[in-house]
Write a protein that binds this ligand. Structure first.
Ligand code: CP
Ligand code: NVA
Length: 311
């Protein structure tokens, strides 16, 4: 898609619904190709810098395998190894890496860092999670919803837990862009930012709706999706005891899932059994978390193909 060529992906709020639709269609296609055993070399001769200030299993593995298996050269650069933020400014690092790599992934603390990288690298920068957004996660979430719950337009989805974190915000935006009837259930203190809710409500190109509730029993009976995330995100460990107390009433239990009998359970992972959900839920019959994790790879491959102008 011409409009995505050479573009960074920092947050899905920067994309049109058509661009998100294109990335999802491409994700389904690359998954199908992989299932058919079709091996391609679309990244041959290209290089990917993978910058990580925080730990990762899925995001790192997804970028590295998606790029490497198609002939590309991914290079993992953790903040323990490189000068970024220690002896060198973000702008200088961006210029240097932009001169050597075709595309850059960044996972880190401050969203401003990925914005600076994108402004100075001269090559596409993909946000692999910051304190504000996790756009590639939301693409995998929507892909999984399409596989297991149906076309997003009109589907009722629930996110329950920390309503203002990166995963909640990204799902809220992607869902609104594709027409979900999305419900965020969270303590008042952990509500999505009013600014974000306003921006989403004002987007005339977003067919979906977002409703915020504070009663943990507010799950609509006909919900097709119940989604949660960790109660304490990376970098927020300082207040973890208080946060856990606040979120305890929002735990996803078998009983809670029983109030939405057709809902699938989703979680971006990593998960803490006994906190945001019981083991019976994540390991039970409604859970789709392993497909969701695999879809990280297909969606990330699609984002890189589009950003490099290869699709
Ligand atoms: N969901 C997700 O981003 O997982 P990782 O932290 O393992 O990358
Ligand atoms: N909200 C979580 C997501 C982890 C994939 C965090 O930022 O730690």
């Amino acid at each position: 898609m011409e409009s995505l060529k050479g573009r960074s992906l920092l947050a899905l709020i920067d994309c049109t619904p058509e661009e998100i639709r294109f990335l999802l269609d491409l994700s389904h296609q690359v998954k199908k190709e992989q299932r058919q055993g079709l091996r391609q070399q679309r990244f041959l001769g290209r290089s990917l810098a993978m910058l990580f200030e925080k730990r990762s299993t899925r995001t790192r593995a997804a970028f590295e395998t998606a790029f490497g298996e198609e002939g590309g050269h991914p290079v993992f650069l953790s903040s323990a190894d490189i000068q970024l933020g220690a002896k060198e400014t973000v702008e200088d690092t961006a210029r240097v890496l932009g001169g050597m790599f075709d595309i850059i992934e960044f996972r880190g603390f401050r969203h401003e860092t990925v914005e600076k990288l994108a402004a100075h690298a001269g090559v596409p920068v993909i946000n692999g999670l910051t304190d504000r957004w996790h756009p590639t996660q939301a693409l995998a979430d929507l892909m999984t919803i399409e596989e297991h719950a149906g076309t997003p337009a009109g589907i009722r989805s629930v996110y329950i837990g920390d309503g203002r974190n990166n995963v909640s915000s990204s799902l809220l935006v992607a869902g609104a862009a594709l027409g979900l009837d999305h419900h965020v259930i969270c303590p008042q203190e952990l509500s999505p930012s009013p600014d974000l809710l306003e921006v989403v409500a004002r987007r005339s190109d977003y067919p979906g709706t977002v409703t915020v509730h504070h009663d943990p029993r507010a799950i609509p009976r006909d919900a097709s999706v119940v989604y949660t995330d960790v109660w304490v995100s990376m970098g927020e460990e300082e207040n973890s005891a208080e946060r856990i107390d606040m979120l305890r009433p929002y735990q996803v239990t078998e009983e809670l899932m029983g109030t939405a009998p057709k809902a699938i359970f989703m979680h971006c992972l990593p998960a803490v059994r006994g906190n945001e959900m019981t083991a019976g839920v994540i390991d039970g019959p409604t859970s789709r978390v392993w497909d969701q994790a695999e879809n990280r790879k297909h969606t990330i491959k699609a984002v890189m193909l589009a950003g490099l102008g290869l699709a």
